[in-house]
Design a protein around this ligand. Structure first.
Ligand SMILES: C[S@@+](CC[C@H](N)C(=O)[O-])C[C@H]1O[C@@H](n2cnc3c(N)ncnc32)[C@H](O)[C@@H]1O
Length: 403
């Protein structure tokens, strides 16, 4: 996401309309039902899963605008087609290398395709490069977004629509794949924890009188995981320290390793290495909520109407990948990745004499690459299976040794 225009507290957010509030109350009833089934309270990750993905009512599964200026946040593909065009250049390099040793077809698999605009930009550029995949497969949790992606592709690249296929789960029969996950891991449900008397406690939620009530509960298995993190990255977490942990990354990567014979996986997201993620100064964690381009920390504000997200711990992504049997092929900033994939040259081929268009394009490049914008907050990690060749996106700067 682009840096929000305003950082605020939830009291200063614009008031949702009555219809939206009604939907949020319905979602709260779903959360209450889950709490009742679980004996009174649920883990934060379960709450986040319902708040974002409850069919018809969750933030990503309901009909809200979400992306772009009329929505709540702006992602890189929404900023500029240059983002997808650079990524396509990287995909093309992988496809070319694979072709040298394999006769089997190559696929793109995109997770969480949002509005569908990244799929359009990648496909159109791959077409230009004469490197179209056999199929462009999309795995998307939200039925509403799947629908929106279909409309976007039909509208912007109708001749390539037949090449795109939406799947409910990873396919069994894909030989060669490039996997793209842009801002997907930050949208996966996390556990929130705090350190109390040197032990890890997990955040639990209950619903009482149409309000979410938060409390912490001792959690031995989370404590084991947090202790493992403390040891491997030599991290001190003082009493009172609060943060998050994504419990789904390991399973997600293991499934990719299990299903794909040969793959290069690109995870692009805002995040840090573990030492920065759990830095003493970040003692209130990384969880953020977005509503109408305002960022705040109150996850209990009108569930279902706002995005809830946490930064990605890229060291954990790397360790989980290695545990799953994948290899690390590179880790860098979004700026370095885009520059190494020729964003400047692409820009040069697209500028016209029209001043407005020149200003627009250079503004887009700044947003994608400047350190104060998305350039350094966002990272790219590449994980591979049965792929040995180097990847040009990491040729300018590889920060793997900082993980
Ligand atoms: C922040 S949006 C990013 C959308 C898009 N990639 C972009 O950059 O504009 C997160 C997306 O990931 C999807 N998502 C989250 N977890 C997922 C999962 N495990 N599998 C597939 N999609 C997922 C959401 O439904 C949503 O489309």
């Amino acid at each position: 996401m682009v840096e929000p225009l305003i950082k605020t507290d939830s009291a200063a957010l614009p008031e949702p309309d009555d219809e939206a509030k009604k939907r949020s109350r319905l979602l709260l009833q779903c959360i209450k039902k889950e709490c009742d089934c679980a004996g009174g309270q649920i883990r934060f990750s379960e709450f986040m899963n319902i708040a974002l993905y409850q069919p018809g009512l969750g933030y990503y599964s309901g009909g809200l605008q979400k992306f772009g200026e009329q929505g709540d946040f702006i992602t890189a593909p929404e900023v500029s087609p240059l983002f997808g065009q650079c990524l396509a250049g990287q995909v093309a390099e992988v496809f070319q290398n694979i072709r040298e040793t394999s006769d089997e077809k190559s696929f793109v698999i995109e997770f969480g395709a949002g509005s569908g605009v990244l799929a359009v930009d990648v496909l159109l550029q791959l077409e230009q490069l004469n490197e179209l995949p056999e199929k462009y497969l999309i795995l998307e949790l939200s039925a509403e977004l799947q629908n929106r992606q279909q409309q976007t592709i039909k509208h912007k690249a109708p001749h390539l629509y037949e090449r795109v296929q939406w799947l409910q789960q990873l396919p069994d029969d894909v030989a060669n794949a490039v996997v793209i996950a842009n801002e997907v891991l930050d949208a996966m449900p996390v556990e929130c924890f705090r350190i109390n008397n040197e032990k890890t406690e997990t955040l639990m939620l209950a619903v009482d009188d149409e309000k979410l009530l938060a409390s912490y509960m001792a959690d031995d298995s989370l404590d084991d995981r947090v202790n493992a993190i403390r040891q491997r990255s030599e991290i001190e977490l003082a009493d009172g320290y609060r943060s998050e942990l994504n419990p789904a990354i390991a399973g997600w990567l293991a499934a990719l390793e299990n299903k794909l014979k040969r793959a290069v996986i690109f995870v692009i997201d805002y995040g840090y290495n573990e030492k920065e993620y759990y830095h003493p100064d970040r003692s209130e964690g990384t969880l953020m909520c977005y509503y109408r381009h305002r960022a705040h920390g109150d996850f209990s504000w009108w569930p279902g109407l706002q995005d809830i997200t946490a930064f990605v711990n890229f060291t954990d992504v790397a360790y989980s990948a290695l545990d799953a049997g994948l290899e690390m092929a590179g880790y860098t900033t979004q700026a370095a990745f885009l520059l190494a994939n020729g964003i400047s040259d692409l820009h040069a081929t697209q500028v016209t004499d029209e001043v407005q268009q020149q200003i627009k394009l250079s503004q887009q490049i700044k947003t994608l690459t400047l350190p104060s914008e998305m350039g350094e907050r966002f990272k790219v990690i590449a994980l591979t299976k049965n792929y040995e060749e180097s990847l040009k996106g990491f040729s300018m700067l590889d920060l793997s040794n900082r993980l």
